[in-house]
Every structure is written in structure tokens, then in C-alpha cells.
Design a protein around this ligand. Structure first.
Ligand SMILES: [Zn+2]
Length: 306
């Protein structure tokens, strides 16, 4: 029987799923164990092997391939991981090590790419644009990331990882040259302008008060706090500007907005209006902006669809 195996490697938990068909309703088993990342790289590899053994035992199936969602990306030029917030993975040949340990081929992609693939194949996109050619999935939350999914000539959707493994890295495009420094070494990246923490920081800078994003959004809707309105207006304008670049380059059929910031309804109305100003299409825009459907499951489902 054909099964689909996916593992989402997180900093605190490793989650695995086995699907009997490409559908969110076809879960045979789903399991989580602790990553125990503080015990180092080799321990993480052995935890993954342990989880695979558990999945095999509980399903009675053997995988012939496993997809992995990981923090950071695999650098195809240097054959090692980079940009992982679970830092002991950086510089390590994780996919090669997993193939050796598990004895089967693996495919890995970062969490934003898994999100994009999951929503494109099992989530929000199929019911609106079943025959899509390109989908851009973004996560706007604590950080900002993105993933590009194309449909191949064989009809199968695939993640565009790119020559350097940075395909879809929307979070680190420079938006404000003199903006806040970013951990990536540049300044004013998208992530430093409209991630959740960046929005809260901006509000604090102009108002002198600290508030959670949820509260800032509520105060904007209530129309009682000009600083909240200034913060949300800046979000919408910069979102429009930043997403217009993606539309001009890829012209995707659909864009799925994930994460806590992506959940702000105004992005789908006023945010899209702002994007129209910047897109090279005579003020028109027919791109579908979609809310994600899979929630926290997108990571592990996307891994299974690799
Ligand atoms: Zn950056």
C-alpha cells in the first residue's frame, strides 16, 4: 500500500505522520516526541530514528521515502544545513545522515516551504484553484517566511528550493534601508517591519507603551488609538509593497497568508488594495488571497507531501 510519511522537526518537538492517501482526513497515525535539542545533533538524529520506529510499529507499514520539515534550509552548494534556530543543526549534513540512518531516501524543506506545499495540495488552495500553476505561501508571525510551490509537467506540485536553497525567503528582502538591524546581518528586512514582534516594537516606539498585537489591532478597529492605527496602516502599506514584488515576479494563482499577523482580516481587503498600487497590472489584481486551512498541521502534512 502506498503511504505518505512526513516528519516535522521542531526545536522542542518532533512530529511524525503517516497518511494513507494525499488527504488531511487520511491520517493513519500521528505522533510527537521531544526533540531534546540540548543533547546535540547526534541525539536529534537518534530521536528521529526512534520516532520512525514508533510509526513503523504502530502502522505495520514500511516507508520507502520520508519528507522532512526542518528549521533553516539545506544548502545545496555546501551540502549542509544553514540558518537553523536549532543551532546544533547548522553546518551538519542532515539529509545524508538521515538517509544513512534510515536506509531510505529523504526530502527536506524548511517549515515555510512545507506550509506552502501543504496548503497548496491539502489545504486552502485546491477548492479555490484546483489547477493552480504557482502558489506562494507566507508565514507572518514571530518571523516572516515564504515558500513557492509550482506544478510540474507531471502534474505534481513541488517546492522551489532554488540553487542556494533560499527560494521563497520573503522575510529577508530589504524594505527599509535604514531600518532595524536583522539577525541575518542586514537592516530593515520584511521581518523587521511586519513580523508580530516588529509591529509591537513599532507601536512601542511611537506610543511609549507596550501592547500585544491583538490589542493593537482591536484598538485600531475601535478607532480610539491613533498609534494603533498608524501601526496597522504601516503594516498594510508595507505588506502591499512587499507582496507586490512577489506578484510581479511569480504572478502566482494564489497567496496563502499564515501566522498570527497573517490572520489580520484587513490584509485581505485593505492590504490587497495597497498591493494593487504597486503591482504592474494597471491597478487590477486577480490573485486569490487565501486564509490557511490546516492550522498547526501544515508543517507535518507538508513534509508528508514532499
Ligand atoms: Zn533579515
Amino acid at each position: 500500500m502506498q503511504t505518505y510519511w512526513g516528519i516535522d522537526l521542531g526545536g522542542t518537538k518532533i512530529e511524525g505522520v503517516v497518511l494513507s492517501s494525499p488527504s488531511p482526513d487520511a491520517v493513519v497515525v500521528r505522533k510527537r516526541i521531544d526533540t531534546e535539542a540540548d543533547k546535540g545533533y547526534q541525539h536529534i538524529v537518534s530521536q528521529i530514528a526512534k520516532l520512525v520506529d514508533i510509526l513503523k510499529a504502530e502502522t505495520g507499514y514500511q516507508p520507502d521515502h520520508i519528507g522532512f520539515g526542518t528549521p533553516g534550509t539545506f544548502d545545496p552548494a555546501r551540502h549542509v544545513m544553514k540558518g537553523c534556530n536549532t543551532t546544533c543543526l547548522n553546518g551538519m549534513p542532515l539529509p545524508q545522515e538521515l538517509e544513512k540512518t534510515l536506509g531510505i531516501p529523504v526530502t527536506i524543506a524548511n517549515d515555510a516551504n512545507c506550509f506552502a506545499l501543504a496548503e497548496a495540495t491539502l489545504g486552502a488552495v485546491p477548492e479555490v484553484v484546483p489547477d493552480f500553476r504557482a502558489v506562494f505561501g507566507v508565514i507572518m508571525g514571530t518571523g516572516v517566511g515564504g515558500g513557492v510551490v509550482f506544478r510540474g509537467k507531471d502534474g505534481q506540485p513541488f517546492v522551489q528550493n532554488g540553487l542556494q536553497g533560499i527560494g521563497g525567503e520573503w522575510g529577508h528582502i530589504t524594505l527599509e534601508e535604514n531600518g532595524y538591524p536583522c539577525y541575518c546581518g542586514k537592516r530593515g528586512c520584511n521581518e523587521q517591519v511586519f513580523s508580530g514582534p516588529a509591529l509591537q516594537r513599532y507601536y512601542s516606539d511611537i506610543s511609549g507603551e507596550n501592547r500585544k498585537l491583538k490589542e493593537i489591532v482591536e484598538r485600531h478597529y475601535a478607532g480610539t488609538d491613533p498609534y494603533a492605527t498608524q501601526t496597522i496602516d504601516r503594516l498594510l502599506e508595507n505588506f502591499g509593497k512587499a507582496i507586490s514584488v512577489i506578484i510581479n515576479v511569480l504572478d502566482p494563482d494564489a497567496i496563502v497568508l499564515g501566522g498570527g499577523v497573517g490572520n489580520i482580516d484587513l490584509l485581505y481587503t485593505e492590504g490587497v488594495e495597497r498591493a494593487k498600487k504597486y503591482v504592474f497590472n494597471e491597478g487590477r489584481l486577480s490573485t486569490h488571497f487565501l486564509k490557511p486551512k490546516l492550522g498547526d498541521s501544515a508543517g507535518v502534512f507538508g513534509a508528508a507531501m514532499l
